[in-house]
Design a protein. Structure first.
Length: 183
């Protein structure tokens, strides 16, 4: 089983390789909450063992919060520790990508609203000023079982799709055969 920090690093790394995405400590903790919930529903098992607690601004994995605490509310510029995609199963990667694609479209304020929904797992346990209240995995699974996370299937077509990478400055670098100026 992967650690919550591995999952957080996945989301940070993904965001840092996407031009329009910005991952903050608050945002990565929301993504962890949704990833855990959807793993419980879709894969019928937890993604990670660490507990998620009900804090004022929503669900938080304390170890992940502490790892990125030096960033404050600013963008997280780098992963907290080394991690490898090999730690994840193909099903877990698909799930994490679906979570990132779906919830990534929302602002952090909207994500707070979504995690604070009346009758939701956070709302059921949160008490102002009472620290360390755990959001149970059973409550998360039961609540999210009523919905469905959209699945985004990507199929690669070598005749029409181009695969490149981003250089150190974040510019997209295409393979030589697609560079008209490299004659």
């Amino acid at each position: 089983m992967v650690k919550a920090l591995d999952v957080a690093n996945f989301f940070v790394d993904l965001a840092n390789n996407t031009v329009e995405e910005c991952m903050t400590n608050l945002r990565v903790n929301k993504f962890l909450y949704f990833a855990q919930a959807w793993s419980l529903v879709r894969l019928n098992k937890p993604l990670f063992e660490e507990e998620i607690q009900a804090w004022q601004l929503g669900p938080v994995v304390p170890s992940v919060y502490r790892a990125f605490q030096p960033c404050g509310s600013d963008r997280i510029k780098d992963v907290a520790t080394d991690y490898s995609l090999e730690a994840f199963s193909p099903e877990q990667i698909e799930l994490l990508l679906d979570v990132a694609r779906y919830y990534g479209q929302y602002s952090s304020t909207k994500l707070i609203d979504m995690t604070h929904e009346k009758g939701g797992p956070w709302d059921e346990v949160y008490e102002m000023g009472v620290p360390f209240i755990v959001i149970s995995k059973d409550n998360m699974k039961n609540y999210f079982s009523k919905e469905e996370l959209p699945s985004f299937k990507f199929t690669y077509n070598p005749e029409t799709d181009v695969i490149g990478h981003r250089d150190a400055e974040g510019y997209l670098v295409l393979p030589k055969e697609y560079d008209d100026e490299a004659e």
